[in-house]
Design a protein around this ligand. Structure first.
Ligand SMILES: Nc1nc2c(ncn2[C@@H]2O[C@H](COP(=O)(O)OP(=O)(O)OP(=O)(O)O)[C@@H](O)[C@H]2O)c(=O)[nH]1
Length: 685
């Protein structure tokens, strides 16, 4: 549709020197959107001090002997909790007590190793650490998995739980049970794991552990006396946690006498060594030189290395039944390490383990290289990163304005932002343009010709520009979610009216203590995916929490809305809206585009249309109008953003045949870790 303008591309590239982040253009236009281990020879910095002195562990690559840890002395557990309730801080203390890391005030969220985790202060990738703990004169091997708290990463939690027999359910002594506490409890409960409730942050002035214990008793039917009160920050009572892990959690169930049967529950990619697979051994043992087979692909590999994480890699002579560790076996192709796969020895097949339900993407967006010559580099970066994050779905996509790219599916917007940030950071160093996110709609086709073409009558639409016309469709379906909101009852009225404006239907209502309520609502996914959580947080002064689960599809009266610039439809700006809200959405997009497109010496008509009917129109400001949109951050440094903004700027620029330069925006880090940005201006030169 539009020719690529090299002048524009060069300018965009120039702007990329600021290392842009993902922006929520949608916020603006639509009203609101592992560690990679060191090289083979990198030695672990930390080590189980109770096994060998530090001095002997500095130059040679030694192999640890894991044979003394018989299954009855093994405990595999995850730490689960609502966001910020202190999982990673508790993990730090457990690592210190067991000597995995030296005690130091600087130990802060040691297991959050990714740059994105450190910058955002949240866990996005589950992380394993093997702790060695002596209790009543017996040596125990405790395998701990620190998990993320945010709903977008609950897939990481459910995978981690498959390698465990128990969990530490951490609850903040001040905030009490929150939405993700409930969601995580049920994940553990459904997996039939033993649950140890931990009341954390008892050092806080407003801590009320008694109230939280009562909540736990009422909500989860766990006696208050089972709760352990701790301060992970100060280390108060943390040793008790270790003792209770040994006492209350069962050892792993293994198949005695079985040959190797290992669950591949996570993987990371190392540029030098290929796939580093996290495995839990349900039977048999594995060591260097073994020939193993993937039950999923039938491919055979020779094991190069096995080991444990302390949390750094420590190679082991052998891993035994019940143990959790890592395995490197020359899997070079990213498709080879299927999460949920069962590994067994060559010629000794076993019944494969049940595996995992594949992750279901909730949000889709287009991703394009800034410069098309970067396509193959970006492709390889994407392949590698998707190995570290298998919950992202990838398919090819192309756009007239943005060239060849991909359509990616994410578990939520935070997930999408984190994925992009990782792509730009770490060793991938890729510059990308992201288009506005959309949810996956479905259409039940009525046209026999189309049914034949697609090979099925129900199709999923992940790209709004491919939304089929009403004339060939029996009905449209939209994705639904069951949302859980927990809040003090003071905000009840405001929350209920917010939910009403989002087309939600209340399903249940419960007081979890005298003042806190838990409500369940059925929402269209599209209504909550972008700004719902922020609105909820701001109207409840930060006290309400929100979590959701998939609730299938329901019929909906959907329409495809085109956005026209000077009468020309712009493919990349197509959006899908509910008919009831189409006018509101169209008007908001037009107004934002009007503000976003800088003043010209001529006027630009911005219109929203459904079919041939124009439903909203705005005209851009004339150059003579003195309008100032600039916004700067606290330090008065200009920050700006590339992704969605650039997608819009590029298509807008091409639509009016003018090169674009992007300018400043502001950003803030909301409480749930979402990095939201607003852009201020697009200047055309
Ligand atoms: N006062 C106090 N603060 C704590 C305690 N434990 C954790 N914190 C603080 O709570 C904040 C969140 O702690 P994290 O350990 O990152 O929480 P998390 O549950 O791992 O967070 P996510 O991984 O993002 O879900 C940090 O600022 C910690 O310093 C505690 O016992 N007392």
């Amino acid at each position: 549709m539009f020719a690529v303008n090299p002048h524009h591309t060069a300018r965009c590239l120039h702007l990329w020197k600021w290392k842009p982040h993902v922006c929520a253009l949608r916020r603006h236009l639509w009203g609101q959107p592992v560690t990679v281990w060191g090289g083979d020879h990198v030695l672990p910095t930390f080590h189980p001090t109770n096994l060998r002195p530090a001095a002997s562990y500095s130059t040679k690559k030694e192999r640890i002997d894991m044979s003394e840890y018989d299954v009855e002395y093994i405990r595999n557990f995850s730490i689960i909790a609502h966001v910020d309730h202190g999982k990673s801080t508790l993990a730090d203390r457990l690592l210190e007590i067991t000597g995995c890391i030296p005690k130091a005030a600087s130990n802060k969220q040691v297991l959050d190793k990714l740059q994105v985790e450190r910058e955002r202060g949240i866990t996005v990738k589950a992380q394993t650490a093997s702790l060695f703990y002596t209790y009543e004169a017996k040596k125990y091997l405790l395998n701990l998995i620190d998990t993320p708290g945010h709903v977008d990463f609950s897939y990481e939690v459910s995978r981690s739980l498959s390698a465990c027999q128990g969990v530490l359910l951490v609850v903040d002594a001040n905030e009490g049970i929150q939405a993700q506490t409930v969601a995580n409890f049920f994940l553990a409960f459904e997996a039939q794991l033993s649950i140890i409730p931990i009341i954390n942050k008892i050092d806080l002035k407003n801590a009320d552990p008694e109230r939280v214990e009562k909540q736990i008793e009422k909500m989860f039917d766990i006696p208050a006396s089972d709760c352990i009160r701790i301060s992970a920050k100060l280390g108060t009572n943390v040793e008790t946690v270790l003792q209770e892990v040994v006492r209350r959690l069962p050892p792993p169930k293994i198949e005695k006498g079985s040959p190797l049967k290992a669950l591949l529950f996570d993987s990371t990619f190392d540029h030098y060594r290929g796939v580093v697979a996290s495995i839990a051994l349900c039977g048999g043992d594995v060591c260097k030189g073994n020939k193993i087979v993937s039950a999923h692909s039938g491919k055979c590999y020779e094991v190069n290395e096995v080991g444990i994480l302390t949390p750094e890699e420590v190679p082991a002579e052998k891993l035994y039944a019940g143990q959790v560790g890592y395995l490197i076996a020359g899997m070079k192709d990213v498709q080879e390490a299927q999460i949920g796969d069962t590994l067994h020895l060559l010629k000794q097949p076993v019944e494969p383990l049940p595996g995992f339900k594949p992750a279901k993407p909730m949000v889709f967006a287009g991703m394009f290289p800034v410069d098309q010559s970067e396509y193959s580099n970006l492709k390889s970066a994407l392949e590698k990163l998707t190995l570290n994050d298998s919950s992202v779905s990838v398919s090819r996509d192309s756009s007239a304005a943005l060239g060849a790219g991909w359509r990616l599916g994410f578990l939520g917007l935070l997930h999408m932002e984190v994925f992009n940030q990782r792509l730009e950071q770490e060793e991938y160093n890729a510059s990308v343009i992201m288009t506005s996110p959309t949810v996956p709609y479905k259409a039940v086709l009525s046209s026999p010709k189309l049914i034949k073409e697609y090979g099925e009558s129900e199709i999923t639409i992940v790209n709004p520009s491919a939304f089929p016309d009403k004339s060939v469709v029996k009905e449209y379906l939209e994705p639904m979610i069951l949302g859980t909101i927990i809040s003090p009852d003071d905000y009840l009225g405001k929350i209920m009216s917010l939910c009403q404006t989002r087309r939600a239907e209340q399903k249940s209502f419960l007081y979890i203590d005298e003042h806190r309520i838990m409500m369940k609502y059925l929402f269209p996914l599209n209504e909550i995916v972008v700004d719902f959580y922020d609105n909820l947080k701001s109207l409840s002064s930060g006290y309400a929490s929100f979590d959701y689960e998939d609730a299938g599809y329901l019929p909906a009266d959907l329409v495809k809305m085109d956005i026209l610039l000077n009468g020309r439809p712009v493919e990349e700006l197509v959006t899908i809206a509910h008919r009831e809200k189409a006018y509101e959405v169209g008007k908001a997009i037009c107004e934002r585009l009007r503000d976003a497109i800088p003043r010209q010496l001529f006027e630009i008509a911005v219109q929203a249309s459904i079919g041939s009917k124009i439903i909203a129109r705005e005209t851009t400001f004339h150059a003579s109008q003195n309008l100032m949109h600039r916004r700067c951050d606290g330090d008065n440094k200009e920050t700006f953003d590339s992704s969605h903004l650039t997608a819009a700027a590029t298509v807008v620029a091409k639509s009016i045949d003018t090169p674009a330069i992007l300018s400043d925006n502001t950003q803030f880090l909301s409480e749930n870790g979402c990095n939201h940005k607003f852009f201020g201006i697009i200047i055309f030169s």
